[in-house]
Structure formats: C-alpha cells, structure tokens
Design a protein around this ligand. Structure first.
Ligand code: 2PG
Ligand code: MG
Length: 433
C-alpha cells in the first residue's frame, strides 16, 4: 500500500505544438507517475470538455493554465494522501468533485491527466508494467493495427473530405508482421506519389496528404499501393475508413466538397454501400453524423453483418451512448479514446460494455498526441484486439507502435495475436456481387 504524496501539473505541448496538460503524481519511496493528455481536431459534440483558457494573449487562446490550477489546487486537496492503487475510488472522487455531466468545471483534460498519472504511479509502486496493472494481469493480446496511409478532413485542411484512409494487414500472423506489411505499403505509397509528383506533405497523423482529384482517387491509390507492394487487396490487406462524417453534415446533407457532391443521408448510405462492394473495405468509422441516429440504424441494418461499423463521435467512449447504440443496433464496434470521457475507470467501463455485447473495441489515439504510450498498454490490458494510432511516421505515432513491441517482449510466450480473426463474423461485400 502506497499513498500519493504530491501532485504537480504543468503545460507541455502536443504533436501540433499546442499546449496540453501533464500531471506528475508522486508517491512514497520517490516514485513518480505521469499522465499526458492528447487532443482531437475532429471532436465529437458529446465529448467531455477540454478546458482551454481562451485568452487571446496566451498561446492564441489555447493555453491550459486554468486546468492546471484545478489540479494543483482543488484536485490535489482531494487526492493527496489517497492509496495510489485505488484507481476506481480516486476516479469516482474526481467525477464527484467536478459534478458536471461533461466535466466542464475542472476540465476533462485536468481530470484525465490525474487519472492517467495515478494509473502510471500505481504500476510503478507494484513494480509491474502498466498493462499488467491496468488489466490485473489478464491482458495478453497484442492488437491488430489500423494504420493511416492517407489523411484528409480536419487533419489536412480538408483537401479530401474523408479523414482517415487506413491499412489493415489481414495476412499478418504476428504484431511485428503487421508492422512489416504496413511499412512496405506505406513506403510504396510514398514512392508512387513522388514518381507522380503528387506528394504535398503529411497530414496531422503522418499519413500522406496528396493532390488527388477526389475522395475515390485516394481509395484507388491505396488499392494500387497494396498491389505494388506485393499484397492481394481484400485478402492480404484491407482498407479501413474514418469518414468523421459529423464534419461532412450540414444538418441536411453530407457534403463531399472534393467531389463536388451533396448527398442526403439515404444517398450517402447508398454511396458507402457501393464503395464497400467495389473496394476491399473492412471497417468504416463514423460513416454518419453523431446525431443522425435514424440514418445510423438504416446503415446498421444494411452493413453490420458485412463490415465493421465503428462509432467514434457517435459514442464518445460514453457508456450511456454505447448502450443506446447497442439497443438500436447501429454499429458493431466502438472507438475508445480516454480523453473523450475523462477517466481511466470510465474508459475501462466503456471497453467492458462493448465487449460484453460482442462488439469490438478499438483503442485510439487523437490527432494531437504526445509521446505518451498509455493507449498501447490499454489495448493489451483489455485484450481489445485492435488499435488505431495514425500513420507509420512521426515520433508521437511511433512511440505507440514501438511500445507494443516492448510489451510483446515482456509478455514473451504469454503474448497472443488474433490479427484479422477479429473480423471472422463478417462477410465482406467486396467481390461478392
Ligand atoms: C478520429 C481521430 C483520430 P481526432 O477521428 O478517430 O484519427 O481524430 O483526434 O481529430 O478526433
Ligand atoms: Mg474518428
């Protein structure tokens, strides 16, 4: 049993260079646990609130000094002296201390920084790896990565409307092999783009940001990159898309500006089903806006037996919203982002609810990340089976991929990899016409 001695908090910077919160929890025996909070760009309207100072004279309004003061003042008073391994009880007090539905009083960024730091400190006091601590020793599954090849949407000044074009290495028999396949396709894609003079930099998560004629051209390009790299599309490698469709919806229509099209919900559903038939798409995330529940139900009825349908902005890692999604049968997978909900315990509860109904949890990074690798541990601790971290470049992304390699070494013989078997219950529409 070890008690929390001190709580420190200060500003650090995320991968976009924006301020964010880091918390350091000191325990007896000189051990320190750290929590670092990431930040989204395509944030869902139902996410817990990220407290920013909005003072135009400091970091153009983006500083987080108020959140930091909440940690060193109100939260420190409630947490110092507590048993560091009492994660659930500490998280419950943080929620109570805040007292609002969306953590808007203290800020979800303040609360999560503390919650993550407590988890890290708990692992250190036990002398075990973070994934062992979080999963009480039951975690042993290395996740299948979804890796961004092309970025668009809010992460790339909307040159393409669709936000993430990701690769899934179906053929991989181990986590390392999944990375090798990803590396081959990602680097092949770079070569093809530079041969054609199409490279225009990388998007926020490290995926290429090319000059394509429209959204479908990006899809065709990834299929080509898979082939040129020596893999069979739909068999060895599949595509996963994050439409981040709340950003496409204007309240009436879905706008695909790169294609010069405006589609009603029904038309957009047909458009997506058509893509799933013609391209090796295994997973679609936020294909519809986060309040377009009727359309979600229609899409669920058409596609949930054929592709993975992932709710991100729709669910915001919130058990109440996930529960509604389960009752309505709108999806079959949930994107899990700790900072959408604000504590480690609530994140674990969201994963548990997802798994209990036979849906797939996908642990996810944010577009604004730090070097922190908590989510790598979370994925293994909970045997989640899938993870999405952005692309295969940039330190804040590679820190997660590399941490999973280290976790694999710690697990040794105990480590497992299900890979694309997480999709076993689906019968893809691709080539079935
Ligand atoms: C998403 C994430 C990661 P953001 O929508 O899934 O790609 O983006 O962090 O900007 O919400
Ligand atoms: Mg998303």
């Amino acid at each position: 049993m070890m008690k929390i001695r001190s709580l420190d908090a200060y500003q650090i910077f995320d991968s976009r260079g924006n301020p964010t919160v880091e918390c350091a929890v000191g325990v007896e025996a000189g051990l320190v646990g750290y929590g670092r909070v990431p930040c989204g760009a395509s944030t869902g309207q139902f996410e817990a609130l990220e407290l920013r100072d909005n003072d135009p004279t400091r970091y153009r309004g983006k500083s987080v000094f108020a959140a930091i003061n909440h940690i060193t003042d109100t939260i420190a008073r409630a947490v110092v002296g507590r048993e560091v391994c009492d994660q659930d009880a500490i998280d419950a007090s943080l929620i109570e201390l805040d007292g609002t539905e969306n953590k808007s009083r203290l800020g979800a960024n303040a609360i999560l920084a503390v919650s993550l730091a407590v988890a890290d400190a708990g692992a250190k006091t036990k002398g075990c790896a973070l994934f062992e601590h979080l999963g009480s020793g039951k975690g042993s599954l290395l996740p299948l990565p979804g890796v961004q090849i092309v970025g668009g949407g809010a992460h790339a000044h909307r040159r393409l409307d669709i936000q993430d074009f990701l690769l899934v290495a179906n053929c991989a028999r181990s986590y390392e092999e999944a990375l090798e396949v990803t590396h081959n396709v990602y680097r092949t894609a770079a070569e093809l783009l530079s041969q054609r003079g199409l490279v225009a930099g990388v998007a926020d998560e490290g995926g290429y940001w090319p000059q394509f004629a429209g959204n479908e051209a990006a899809l065709e390009f990834i299929v080509e990159a898979i082939r040129v790299a020596g893999y069979a599309p739909g068999k060895d490698c599949s595509i996963s898309l994050d439409f981040a469709a709340s950003n496409l919806f204007d309240g009436r229509c879905y706008r695909l500006d790169a294609d010069n099209r405006r589609l009603s919900s029904e038309q957009f559903i047909d458009f997506i089903v058509d893509w799933c038939r013609r391209y090796p798409i295994i997973s679609i995330e936020d294909p519809l806006a986060d309040d377009d529940w009727v359309a979600w139900r229609q899409l669920g009825n058409k596609l949930r037996r054929h592709v993975q349908i992932v709710g991100d902005d729709l669910f915001t890692t919130n058990v109440r919203r996930i529960q509604r999604g389960i009752e309505d049968g709108v999806a079959n997978a949930v994107l899990i982002k700790p900072n959408q909900i604000g504590t480690v315990s609530e994140t674990l509860a969201a994963i548990e609810m997802t798994k209990n109904c036979g849906w797939q949890p996908i642990i996810s990074a944010r577009s604004g990340e730090t070097e922190d690798a908590f989510i790598a541990h979370l994925a293994v601790a909970t045997n989640a089976g899938q993870i999405k971290v952005g692309s295969f470049s940039r330190g804040e992304r590679m820190s997660k991929w590399n941490e999973l390699i280290r976790i694999g070494r710690v697990l040794g013989e105990r480590g497992r990899f299900r890979g694309a078997r997480v999709f076993d219950s689906l019968s893809p529409l691709y080539r079935k016409i």
